[in-house]
Design a protein around this ligand. Structure first.
Ligand SMILES: Nc1ncnc2c1ncn2[C@@H]1O[C@H](COP(=O)(O)OP(=O)(O)O)[C@@H](O)[C@H]1O
Ligand SMILES: [Mg+2]
Length: 267
């Protein structure tokens, strides 16, 4: 039986010998074409006209004001801006944790803003690592169990071993059985980083992740991050005030009042 090759994206090549599978794929491709969703092979993130508004006692508050941006596969983008400029809101929406009031986000060719919460959760679990500014560890789980969780959700049978290795990489081999409230702020942050790295995500989002770390630990985490970027081609989107992080990135976006006021590519 002849082998048929289908090129789905620059990074995905599927080879089928089964005509039924080819039919399914052809139908999917037709559906995509019918929906007028052009494959976007060059960009892992495409955000168009993002606006986020919330109701406050003083009236409608615009947190993001018509933001559009594109991030290429394997790119590293630093997002800076004063406190309250919308950085956390923006990366939460780009990662599919939150929805914009209007506008769209496409992540690895899937329109996040067209999915329900379950669909977004599934996509996040497969593609996204996220380090929250406030860590968001589960208090009833040990460090090891917190790091194992995304792997277990993905059905990975090596979760324990991989989580242990990742905790060792962030310098916490001796803290695996600790609960979050038995860890310092910096240690909790490293657990959060291990949890975000462990699934080898296609995109890693991090919100001021080196903020609470001492210089030496921060340096090690930055090294791990950019290894993930250069060795595995992971895309990085990092909210940071850390010059050392920003200078490693291929681009810096500066937000102010919910708008991108500056986009800078280092010389
Ligand atoms: N759910 C919300 N309800 C009301 N205001 C919010 C909400 N989320 C964020 N904000 C406001 O939006 C602005 C931007 O917040 P944020 O994205 O956290 O900024 P940054 O991360 O740059 O400090 C801030 O003024 C914040 O108070
Ligand atoms: Mg923030």
């Amino acid at each position: 039986m002849p082998w048929l090759a289908l090129r789905l994206s620059p990074s995905t090549r599927m080879i089928f010998s089964d005509p039924a599978a080819v039919n399914v794929i052809n139908r999917l491709i037709k559906n995509i074409t019918d929906l007028n969703m052009e494959p976007t092979p060059n960009f892992i993130i495409r955000a168009a006209d993002l606006t986020k508004q919330v109701n406050s006692p003083a009236g409608v508050l615009t947190i993001l004001d018509n933001i559009s941006l594109e991030v290429k596969y394997g790119e590293s983008v630093a997002i800076t801006g004063v406190s309250g400029s919308g950085k956390s809101t923006l990366i939460g929406i780009l990662a599919g944790l939150d929805l914009p009031t209007s506008g769209s986000v496409t992540l690895d060719n899937v329109e996040l803003t067209g999915l329900d919460e379950t669909g977004r959760a599934r996509l996040r679990n497969r593609k996204v690592g996220f380090v929250f500014q406030t860590f968001q560890l589960l208090p009833g789980l040990t460090a090891l169990e917190n790091v194992m969780l995304p792997l277990e959700l993905a059905g990975n049978s090596d979760a324990g071993e991989l989580a242990r290795e990742q905790l060792a990489e962030v310098g916490l081999a001796a803290r695996t059985a600790h609960y979050p409230n038995q860890l310092s702020g910096g240690e909790q942050q490293r657990v959060a980083i291990a949890r975000a790295f462990v699934g080898r995500p296609a995109v890693l989002f991090a919100d001021e992740m080196t903020g609470n770390l001492d210089r030496k630990t921060a340096g090690h985490i930055i090294e791990l991050l950019f290894d993930l970027n250069s060795e595995r081609g992971a895309t990085l989107v990092l909210v940071t005030h850390d010059e050392a992080v920003a200078t490693h990135c291929s681009r810096t976006l500066t937000l102010d009042g919910g708008r991108i006021i500056h986009s800078d590519v280092p010389a």
